[in-house]
Design a protein around this ligand. Structure first.
Ligand code: GLN
Length: 484
């Protein structure tokens, strides 16, 4: 087995026992990247020289933490000091941050080796990574298909063994949906568990940073490093943070699992329902108590989300005006024209559409009818979850209604594309932690199972995910990219 094929914890053990050096690991992942990256295009920026340099420094210094000496990538929405951060947008094409996002700083301090920045839908708006202003990323399981989005580059790179782990962000499903399409583990923590400082904002009341890995253990190791309060982000809660590896126990006897009727209805592909139902049987076999419940306001989550998310986006994206960052139209005759022509040239169509929708929803006269109404719906959705969690420890559902679709199949039709998030958006609206883990295949494509937990109870998600993983072997399947 080559080094690049190993998981984070396997690599760490080899480093710890001095069987390999960080430099050897980094060389191995770059050899892999050279083999598959042309076909997949997961990275916007790669920094081989810098990564080797960081690896050698680590080798000279020795063991610091569970991720020390391990290569990883960041979604290109997370600011990285001295490394271009584009948000996959022309407007930030030349933006090199002079500071690290808190999550990037924490991984750096822990000795991780950043190797590059990963492709995404522009400003995290999308579900296929086709909205990147630069190029689409392809799904390693079938290069004709999308990897999901918006964190599609992160999911594809981890699935194809270009890196053992990556960070992404999830506003309405952007970690869980691509994790599901690419057959990897994806965790979106509770809103407020992980700092958003230095993460370019899309919808501030929904955005959350999380982890992609090939095994649940690796996800726990990375969460241990990135989670926890941050004085630079007032929405990041400074409450006690458990050691997430303590939840890696293969015993879920008596765990109370609910599955919502509304998440198994029409429109969800048969193969997906079957795989998740099989998984529920597996949980029963392992000693969990499984029951059906109802989340009656589920159907309103998607329309309410698109009001809240676009409203917040319209405010957040106002800062890209040609003055402070990135692109500027130097030919414009006056400042107003400069704002306007810079934004016209810098933003893609989807981003422009959302800014217009959000501005409309917030305008006086429409605020009460749309934005305020959406906030009320949001509360009803949260109440539905609270009620279920009075009696259950965990909710289990499919992550997505379909498996990965073909490139171009949904580009002309935003509403169809939005349906991808129908099962993930409610979790962001309620601020809950959610995770997608591989639970089978439908017609050769990976299927993801979504685990949804109580606020700040990522531990139970990790425990249930680990128990399932230890008793199945879906996580060991790897895509054949025609190279090996
Ligand atoms: N697809 C959803 C959207 O476009 C979610 C994206 C995300 O989670 N960043 O808004």
């Amino acid at each position: 087995m080559d080094l690049y094929e190993l998981t984070l914890h396997e690599l760490q053990e080899k480093l710890y026992n001095k069987q390999v050096s960080s430099e050897e690991i980094v060389k191995s992942v770059f050899a892999r990247i050279k083999e598959v990256e042309d076909k997949m295009q997961a990275f916007i920026t790669l920094d081989e020289e810098g990564a080797l340099d960081r690896a050698r420094k680590y080798d000279a210094r020795g063991n610091l933490s569970s991720i020390a000496g391990i290569p990883y990538g960041l979604k290109d929405i997370i600011c990285s000091q001295g490394m271009k951060t584009t948000c996959a947008s022309k407007i930030l094409d030349n933006f090199v941050p002079f500071y690290d996002a808190t999550v990037a700083a924490r991984l750096k301090e822990a000795g991780g080796v950043l190797i590059g920045k990963l492709n995404m839908d522009e400003f995290a708006m999308g579900s296929s990574t086709e909205q990147s202003a630069f190029f689409p990323t392809r799904n390693p399981w079938d290069l004709e298909r999308v990897p999901g989005g918006s964190s599609g580059g992160s999911a594809a790179a981890v699935a194809a063994c270009e890196i053992p782990f990556a960070l992404g962000t999830d506003t309405g499903g952007s970690i869980r949906q691509p994790a599901s399409f690419c057959g990897v583990v994806g965790l979106k923590p509770t809103y407020g568990r992980v700092s958003r400082y230095g993460v370019i904002a899309y919808a501030s009341s929904l955005d959350q940073v999380g982890v992609f890995s090939r095994e649940v253990r690796d996800c726990a190791l990375v969460l241990n490093i990135i989670a926890g309060g941050d004085p630079l982000d007032s929405t990041c809660v400074d409450i006690e943070k458990p050691d997430y590896t303590a939840f890696l126990k293969d015993n879920i006897k008596g765990l109370k699992i609910a599955y919502p009727r509304e998440y198994f209805q029409e429109g969800i592909e048969r193969g997906i329902k079957d795989a998740v139902k099989q998984a529920l049987l597996k949980y029963e076999e392992l000693g969990a108590i499984v029951e059906e419940v109802s989340l009656p306001h589920s159907e309103y989550a998607l329309p309410a989300y698109y009001l809240v998310a676009t409203a917040e986006a319209s405010a957040n994206l106002a800062r890209f005006d040609g003055v402070r960052y990135g692109l500027r139209d130097f030919e414009a005759e006056n400042v107003i024209q400069m704002f306007s022509s810079t934004r016209a040239a810098g933003f893609g169509d989807e981003v422009k559409m959302r800014i217009m929708l959000g501005t409309y929803a917030l305008s006086s006269g429409y605020y009460d009818a749309y934005y305020l109404k959406a906030l009320k719906v949001r509360r009803l959705i949260k109440n539905d979850f609270d009620k279920v969690f009075n009696d259950f420890d965990l909710i289990v559902a499919p992550t997505t209604p379909t498996t990965a679709f073909k490139l171009g199949e949904q580009t002309g039709d935003p509403l169809t594309l939005y349906m991808n998030d129908i099962l993930t958006v409610p979790i962001n609206m309620a601020g809950l932690p959610g995770m997608s883990i591989p639970c089978g295949f439908a017609e050769g494509l990976p299927v993801g199972m979504q685990l949804i937990g109580k606020p700040f109870d990522e531990g139970t998600l990790i425990k249930a995910a680990y128990a399932f993983e230890q008793n199945t072997d879906y996580h060991t399947a790897r895509p054949d990219l025609g190279v090996k």
